[in-house]
Ligand binder design. Structure first.
Ligand SMILES: [Zn+2]
Length: 473
């Protein structure tokens, strides 16, 4: 199977340069090479758990066939003619044209300057905008609040989350009844929302409609195999980081996200880390309860007939147990960026009849708000030096949970940190290079009625390190 690795390195690079648009096909695998290793399998663009369904360009298909694969071509999930239904602004049962989407995002930012700030984090390979809306009170300022991130449709043909996140932005900003639940989120969180991470894929059939959506980026790279991998290291797919991947990596590095969700389609399930290895995440208990909460809420609020959000363990799954992924975004965010990120599959149909979009919204509206609220149940504080200057990237550890494989860090702006928990009292350990470690036997998860404690770290060699203790303000 060396041929497969060679193909990954040699074949995809020339395609890079063209960026003529994604050209993935949807294939049923009729025969696998006998010698394919699990690691090689993890690098291919499998359609989620359906191990016999694969995305590949014609060139990639040829290369795979040379190694022993046999395929049958299936209709592409992005080719849904109903998705082309004409869109009117404010109509949530249709998909916006690309220009409508951009105009809508700009319009929200203009109409709600006290709550929203629009950031262009980069440009796609074909020149479309990668937009993120920040929603919070005082959106122009970085405040000592948990930063949370929703992003959708990095696989361009998985379009349900695109409209759901646009509608979430609308709900948070318009909030016509001054819903206290939404007011609370606006007061206490910095919410970042990226409805469309792969516009070239979603609008592969033209800017007028999502009817010909494709999974890959314009250079035919699968974005969810293109991130640094905690097991396989940099460039696990053998490709350079795509411009869209770079934009997302740079954006995440500028922020300090507490938790995040990455929305996909093709199944109905809450997928939690790891994707890249069989061992359990140190906060497996946290992820299971967050997943259970999402699945229960989505099932209860589903207005349509039949069941919804019941795949795998009744709507939740460990990623690796489902199917291993190398180069996925989720594990990179957890292992490298210090963020609790999950992957949420919103609809069995990837590019659904838009008449169903209001049903998906009704099913997931509460879950979307509830997951953000989880960032507020956290052990929280500020890490500063003896002159009260913020210490960036101090490592936050709770109890005996392994912070080396799933770190959480303090933020550069004010040294603030938010370490999600399920509540209760925890042993807290704060370490930073050059400073003596600080240990507190009993740190409480956040009570919003109390100011967060400030923790002073003393230089490792300083004789006063015996004085270190929490300073409450
Ligand atoms: Zn996907």
């Amino acid at each position: 199977m060396q041929a497969l690795s060679r193909w990954l390195l040699a074949c995809c690079l020339p395609l890079q340069v063209l960026a003529s648009g994604p050209d993935d096909r949807y294939l049923a695998v009729e025969a696998l090479p006998a010698t394919l290793s699990p690691a090689q399998l993890a690098r291919l663009s499998w359609d989620h758990g359906r191990q016999r369904r694969l995305y590949a360009t014609p060139a990639q298909q040829k290369q795979l066939e040379a190694t022993g694969f046999r395929f049958r071509t299936l209709p592409h999930p992005g080719d849904n003619p109903t998705a082309a239904r004409p869109h009117k602004s404010g109509d949530w049962a249709s998909f916006p044209a690309y220009e409508d989407y951009i105009a809508r995002m700009e319009d929200y930012a203009e109409r709600f300057p006290e709550l929203a700030r629009l950031e262009e984090i980069g440009t796609s390979q074909q020149g479309r905008k990668l937009l993120v809306m920040k929603i919070s009170r005082n959106p122009q300022r970085d405040e000592a609040e948990p930063e949370v991130f929703y992003t959708s449709t990095m696989h361009g043909d998985e379009t349900t989350g695109f409209v759901l996140l646009l509608r979430l932005i609308d709900t948070l900003l318009e909030n016509p009844d001054n819903d206290p639940r939404i007011e609370y989120l606006l007061d206490h969180l910095e919410i970042w929302i990226n409805p469309l991470a792969n516009p070239d894929g979603t609008y592969a059939g033209g800017n007028a409609s999502v009817a010909g959506a494709r999974r890959f980026l314009a250079n035919n790279i699968d974005p969810n195999r293109n991130f640094p991998d905690p097991v396989d290291g940099d460039h696990p797919d053998g490709n350079p980081y795509a411009p869209e991947t770079e934009a997302m990596m740079n954006f995440a590095a500028r922020r300090n996200f507490t938790l995040a969700a990455n929305f996909h389609g093709g199944a109905e399930v809450f997928n939690y880390p790891w994707d890249s290895r069989a061992e359990r995440h140190p906060d497996d208990d946290w992820f299971q309860q967050a997943g259970r909460a999402w699945a229960d809420s989505a099932q209860q609020n589903w207005p349509g007939g039949g069941g919804y959000f019941r795949d795998l363990n009744n709507g939740i799954t460990n990623g690796y147990d489902w199917y291993p992924v190398s180069g996925g975004r989720q594990d990179w965010m957890n292992a490298i960026m210090g963020c609790f990120e999950v992957t949420i599959e919103l609809s069995a149909v990837k590019n659904p009849d838009p008449a169903r979009l209001p049903d998906y919204w009704q099913a997931n509206r509460d879950a979307l708000l509830g997951y953000l609220e989880q960032a507020l149940t956290a052990v929280r504080g500020r890490v500063v030096d003896s002159k009260y200057r913020p210490i960036a990237d101090a490592l936050i550890q709770l109890d005996d949970r392994d912070a080396s494989i799933a770190p959480v860090f303090s933020d550069a702006d004010s040294g603030d940190f938010f370490r999600p928990t399920q509540g209760g009292v925890h042993r807290l350990r704060i370490t930073a290079p050059g400073y003596a470690p600080l240990e507190l036997p009993k740190a409480e998860s956040w009570n919003p009625n109390r100011a967060a404690p400030t923790y002073i770290l003393w230089p490792a060699s300083d004789s006063k390190q015996g004085l270190q203790k929490p300073q409450h303000h």
